[in-house]
Write a protein that binds this ligand. Structure first.
Ligand code: KE4
Length: 430
């Protein structure tokens, strides 16, 4: 596979942009190769600058659930574009997307749009702190909520990680108010919340984790979290930046029937354009400026192009049978991966799937939290990634991410991807 132009561009990009990338994971450091530069994408395919074509399972880290350049999304953006790109003022499009979001997410009564998932989650915890008057934020090892200081605590360094900065530049007195506890451990959860209840503003969780690889909540875990936070007056925040509109139109909260107090959204809600959102109970949301005292703002919040792309996307997702069809494709593809793992790498892979998001971990498993996810053989994942890329399959360039099924991948393409997975697993088996 010729990647000369990508290489030339990467050399130049590294002189202009740190690491040559605008987001670290794209640098492909953990999979031992240089990143490719994309020229265009359409449907299920990505085309790089050297003319190579790839079947896309990254879907821009989740947003492209319809596939790239869905005609209805393109049409909505083109139509809106003619009337301007940014007003810094209200537009009817904000109401249009807000109505669709509130109709879709069972717990959301009011919503505020921002421009990224990080903005959504950082605003949601500020709101929870303002609403409760408390300081502590509880998160879970292996869950990622964007790069705001409060979330960058060292994960998994102990049973309960007391605010140890996870990155230089994050002051200790910021993360001192963040506790990180193991995912899927109801005993530690209950002990932590009861011990610290008077100081805890909120608990924030990925209801299905996607950032340690896909890790599902154990049966009853979300229900226990909801019951405890309700009893103790703690704000429960679902970070549905990945799961929102992914697992169902109502996200994980509809999928599992557990309603949080606040929900954070991103990715799919923008249809490929920069949109984040946070929403929830009217009583809490009305604490946000200009109604309430908790400040949050954004120049491009509610951007008309992004609103139009998000609304067009949600209309497609609301079509009868959309999620059933996605589930059918995803379950059969996952079964195929499982069968190949069992045949060529017995006892060396474990597959976690919820809906159309899944991860093949190169470890025996089960993978139920950060600690067990970290057992995965990342070097082996890197070899698999490179072998699949060479065969025209675009996987996440990191073991601890998700593989996404989209509406655009055809049965024939998924069958071909399984054949190429078989080739790769055979090589890994040696
Ligand atoms: P953004 O600020 O990247 O839009 O969203 C942050 C975020 C918040 N919450 C969850 C559950 C997320 O997964 C993310 C971002 N996800 C990563 C990949 N899993 C984005 C990819 C990247 O960082 O380049």
């Amino acid at each position: 596979m010729n990647t000369d132009q990508s290489h030339t561009l990467f050399v130049k990009a590294q002189q202009l942009i740190p690491g040559g990338v605008n987001s670290p994971v794209r640098a492909c450091k953990s999979v031992g190769c240089e990143p490719l530069f994309v020229k265009r994408a359409a449907g299920s395919k990505i085309h790089d600058v050297d003319g190579n074509e790839f079947l896309d399972f990254v879907c821009s880290w989740g947003p492209m659930i319809l596939g790239h350049n869905h005609p209805s999304v393109v049409e909505a953006i083109e139509k809106t574009l003619r009337d301007g790109t940014s007003f810094g003022a209200n537009s009817p499009l904000e109401i249009e997307l807000a109505e669709l979001v509130i109709k879709a997410l069972p717990s959301v009564e009011k919503v505020r749009f921002v421009s990224s998932g990080t903005e959504a989650t950082m605003s949601a915890i500020r709101l929870a702190r303002g609403y409760t008057g408390r300081k502590l934020v509880v998160k879970f090892d292996g869950c990622y909520h964007g790069h705001a200081d409060s979330f960058l605590v060292k994960a998994g360094s102990g049973v309960i990680t007391l605010g140890i900065p996870g990155s230089p530049g994050v002051p200790e007195d910021i993360v001192r108010n963040t506790m990180s506890i193991p995912y899927n451990d109801p005993e530690i959860l209950e002990k932590t919340l009861r011990d610290k209840k008077l100081d805890i503003a909120c608990v924030i969780i990925e209801p299905v984790a996607g950032n340690m690889g896909v890790v599902a909540p154990q049966p009853g875990f979300l229900q226990k979290l909801r019951a405890l936070t309700t009893e103790l007056g703690i704000v429960l925040i679902f970070d549905e930046v990945i799961t929102g509109l992914r697992l169902s139109l109502g996200g994980a909260q509809e999928y599992y029937g557990v309603l949080p107090d606040l929900t954070c959204l991103g990715k799919i809600i923008g249809g490929g354009l920069p949109v984040g959102a946070y929403g929830g109970k009217r009583e809490i949301m009305d604490m946000i400026s200009p109604v309430g005292p908790v400040y949050q703002a954004g120049t491009l919040s509610g951007n008309p192009l992004a609103m139009a792309a998000g609304a067009a996307t949600m209309r497609q997702l609301a079509q009868p049978g959309f999620y059933a069809a996605l589930e059918d494709k995803a379950s059969r593809f996952a079964q195929g991966l499982n069968d190949l793992g069992g045949k060529y790498l017995p006892g060396q892979t474990t597959l976690n799937r919820v809906g159309s998001m899944m991860t093949v971990f190169f470890t025996a498993g089960p993978v139920v939290d950060y600690e067990t996810a970290m057992q995965a053989d990342t070097a082996r994942y890197g070899q698999h990634f490179r072998q699949m890329l060479a065969q025209g399959i675009w996987l996440a360039p990191a073991q601890f991410e998700a593989l996404f099924i989209s509406a655009a991948q055809s049965e024939a393409e998924l069958a071909m991807a399984l054949e190429k997975t078989e080739c790769s697993f055979k090589k890994l088996a040696g």
